[in-house]
Design a binder for this molecule. Structure first.
Ligand code: ADP
Ligand code: ZN
Ligand code: MG
Length: 492
């Protein structure tokens, strides 16, 4: 981590203490307590019914899939998954909350304990999870300053959410960022949340305090809201830590409050004083029975978990003998790791496959915005085709340079590499006589350069290589060309 973990103020070293509350919208087809579509992006108020509009007399029915998703995350983060948990009403007034309360979990959440492991230069660090609980999302207020009105869209009302509460275990903004990225990666591997911070399906509130280094006691914390990118979270925490340290320096008390991040001015601003649990008048939800899970069902979910990012990264290093960096990039997404393994399964050297996947494939994926989907539907080229291309290089049919051209054609035409190579005559020239005739022509055309080379200007070798490549359209076998050219230049 590039930033010092402590700062010197008032003759003492201070450290930051950070705990994060993450809201993850679940990728269920329907909402938490009704059959409405949970999909993002529909016209306003289209996905609504009496339940999610909070109309009197409408009764909630629990979405089993949402519970399964909560269990998946709990198991993937080593939590204790409770076989008995309960719903609670969290009461507050706001226009985007039609019932006047949110159905959530309070004293008996579905998952407790557990942790997320961060790995950095200084080794591994566990960020403990206090709890994971299920709840429903609110609607969305849309403010229209031009017409001086506020509108409410209830499409999001009742969308299933997991709230993931960390212990205050992070000490730097970078560590908070790393935790968020890791948590998002796990959610995406599990395919329970798409992790889209801009669209709000992965949201984070940051709790920040400072304390003298070595002190056991926590300082007064401030909660920051309204950050919709990883960068904003890190910047907001950084600003907030600085603000609290300046306050201490000036002898001002730190007030427990909720502050909003202002992304334009890059400052946090006081929004309201801290609310306490009793402000919400929590009580058990009378319209829903407690959640009782079958032990066998939980075990079946455990068996169905995919290989998770850390395990997969380690296996890539071990099994394919890849550098850690490669393994990290390749396992950053589950579909990317699957793609890489499909290429290797065709019999390609893993490190060569890794170079192509991390380089050309990822570039093409990003250029086309394909990585915006949780799972890439259509790769720029199929894994088998990439493997065939790599095999053409490994067998010496085409040069690595020509392969880049073939790759572009494959993307454009969707044709197999052999066909492109045959049709466009891209097969490498390895025939000695053919190469020699090109070499002799180049030497004959450049007598001055030949003389210079022979009198010691060895750097000119590259020039001759370039000339022959130009004449052969880049198809000369580089190794053969080198040998023959050197011999021809020396035998003069
Ligand atoms: P509250 O009662 O205010 O909701 P919680 O104990 O439930 O507080 O914690 C909410 C979040 O704040 C958790 O992520 C927790 O790790 C974090 N947190 C608690 N105390 C502190 C502190 N002193 N500094 C920073 N973060 C804290
Ligand atoms: Zn509904
Ligand atoms: Mg709390």
């Amino acid at each position: 981590m590039e930033r010092p973990a402590s700062v010197f103020v008032n003759n003492m070293d201070y450290e930051a203490v950070i705990g994060l509350e993450v809201h993850a919208e679940l990728l269920t087809a329907s909402k938490m307590f009704c059959g409405c579509s949970a999909e993002f992006g529909a016209p306003p108020n289209q996905n609504t019914c009496p339940v999610c509009l909070g109309l009197p007399g409408a009764l909630p029915v629990l979405n089993r899939r949402a519970v399964e998703f909560a269990v998946r995350l709990g198991l993937a983060t080593q939590c204790e998954v409770r076989l008995f948990s309960r719903w609670a009403r969290k009461n507050y007034f706001y226009p985007d909350l039609p019932k006047g309360y949110q159905i959530s979990q309070y004293e008996l959440p579905i998952c407790v304990g557990g942790w997320v492991t961060l790995s950095g230069e200084e080794g591994e660090k566990r960020i403990r999870l206090a709890r994971i609980h299920m709840e429903e999302d609110t609607g969305k207020n849309i403010h229209d300053p031009l017409n001086d009105v506020s509108l409410v869209d209830f499409n999001r009302s009742g969308v299933p959410l997991l709230e993931i509460v960390s212990e205050p275990d992070m000490r730097t903004p970078q560590e908070a960022g790393a935790y968020l990225r890791k948590l998002r990666q796990i959610l995406q591997y599990l395919e329970v949340c798409d992790g889209n911070m801009e669209e709000g399906s992965f949201r984070c509130d940051a709790n920040v305090s400072v304390r003298p280094l070595g002190s056991e006691k926590f300082g007064t914390k401030v909660e920051i809201k309204n950050m919709n990118s990883f960068r904003h979270v890190e910047r907001a925490i950084e600003f907030e830590v600085g603000r609290q340290l300046r306050a201490l320096e000036e002898g001002e008390p730190i007030v427990q409050e909720t502050r909003l991040w202002d992304p334009e001015r890059e400052v946090t601003r006081s929004m309201r004083t801290k609310e306490y649990a009793h402000d919400y008048r929590y009580f058990p939800e009378p319209d829903l029975p407690p959640v009782r899970l079958d032990r066998e069902w939980v075990e079946a979910i455990r068996q169905s978990l995919p290989e998770l990012p850390d395990a997969r990264c380690l296996r890539f290093v071990r099994e394919y003998n890849l550098p850690t960096y490669d393994a990290e990039v390749l396992t950053s997404r589950r579909d990317l790791a699957d793609y890489f393994e499909a290429v290797v399964a065709c019999g390609v050297t893993p490190k060569v496959a890794s170079n192509w996947v991390m380089g050309d494939i990822l570039r093409a994926v990003r250029e086309r915005g394909l990585d915006r989907d949780l799972r890439i539907q259509q790769w720029p080229v199929e894994a088998e085709s990439l493997a065939q291309l790599i095999q053409l290089i490994e067998r010496g049919t085409i040069s690595g340079k020509i392969a880049k051209t073939v790759f572009e054609r494959m993307i454009a035409t969707n044709q197999p590499p052999e066909e492109i190579v045959q049709r466009e005559g891209l097969v490498q020239i390895t025939d000695e006589n053919a190469l020699l005739s090109e070499i002799h022509q180049v030497l004959a055309d450049n007598p001055d350069k030949v003389a210079e080379f022979r009198s010691g200007k060895e750097k000119l070798f590259g020039f001759f290589v370039g000339q022959v490549m130009k004449r052969t359209g880049g198809k000369a076998n580089p190794q053969k060309l080198n040998e023959l050219l050197r011999a021809a230049l020396q035998s003069g």
